[in-house]
Design a protein around this ligand. Sequence first.
Ligand SMILES: Cc1ncc(COP(=O)(O)O)c(C=O)c1O
Length: 431
Amino acid sequence: MKRKQFMQSVAGLITGAAFLPDLSQASLGELPGKPNPAMWPPVDPTDERFWQFVRQQFPLAPEKHYMNTGGLGASPYVVIEAVQGKMDELEKISETGHSEELWKAIKANIGRLLGCDADEIALTRNTTEGINIVANGLPLQRGDEMITSTHEHVANQVTWLALQRRKGIVIKTFVPSSESHQENIDRIEKLITKKTRLISIPHSTTTTGLVMPIKELSRIAKANKIWFFVDGAQTLGMFPFNLHDLGCDAWAASGHKWLMGPKETGVLYVRKDMLDIIQATNVGAYSDEVFDFEKGTFTFVPSAQRYEYGTVSIPLRVGLNAAFEFVDRIGIENMWKRDQALSARLFNGLREIPHVRVLSPANASLRGAMITFMHDEIPYQEIQTHLNKFNLRTRVVTEGGLAALRISTHIYNNFDEVEMIIEGVKTAKKS
Ligand SMILES: Cc1ncc(COP(=O)(O)O)c(C=O)c1O
């Protein structure tokens, strides 16, 4: 496609109408643009019209080509309405709405979908809060070593740097390899010493979407008596996994990325036998099982709820549960197939462009649904500015010393948008 055609196609997409499927009219119910849950078509991940229907479950403006789910996910109507509905209900009576029954039901649902027990789940504000709970709760001491990568999100750099300053821990890093799982295993194993107490790595890196071999690393950590924390910010809602099967000691994620939940929601998993090792440091109402202030005694609840404290937003947590249910309704395997198909096309299309270097792994089994690339002749900021003109929302990557652009492809994206990115990069010019 030549530049002129590209502009025309972008213009066509921006007007939106040509893009809306006929199927929608039959499926949406009375309110155009709003879903009627009773009218969902059968889930068919191979039918483009099904994904057009899914796209219409989001209020995301048709002219907005949102491709930064790794930063923040768009939320579907069902999630927004769950939050609004609960808020309306609670504001009529001015109550917090906190009920143990509701809490347990939400966590049981999350545990079922993530492959762990409800008691191993704490509801948090975001991944960062989960990381902080783990970092500050582990009994790490001066001179203890931890291993992490050079491609961490700022949340996973600053938290550990603060611990280094406060407690004198030693941080050792490896540069992640996009070549193979074994290469990353080797790089981590080389850093293990008698003083290593912790490995902290992402499930999938924020930089290139590289997926780490968590299961194998869990075995290595266990064999060496090393704690193993996994940052799942870039995998919750992207692909299926089972936390017990992964075998890590703790795992934290945000509800507001690939899961498409309300903003400021998160999930922290702490395996049962780690509950007394990762000390609860921020505590209060809901952390305790019993306490007697006069006698100076208390016990924590025998679950990950001990990491929760004080009044929180029940509407947001109800919305998080709705996001899990939305994902479950489509099926995480189906979503993953879609995301993989979109990102594979993007990967292949970008790789054919002269001077473009795709930094995400070439082996599809090593990557998530984010493709990161750089141009040898055009600075990443200029490419982003060019893509912005066509409402293509991307994210710059500077972590790990990279100077690149990252494109997330999720269930509300489509192949036309992927082609727009490819054509946009092809037509970008150095200023
Ligand atoms: C790997 C990783 N960890 C942590 C975070 C921080 O997430 P949040 O701001 O939701 O805590 C991000 C955000 O992009 C991330 O990519």
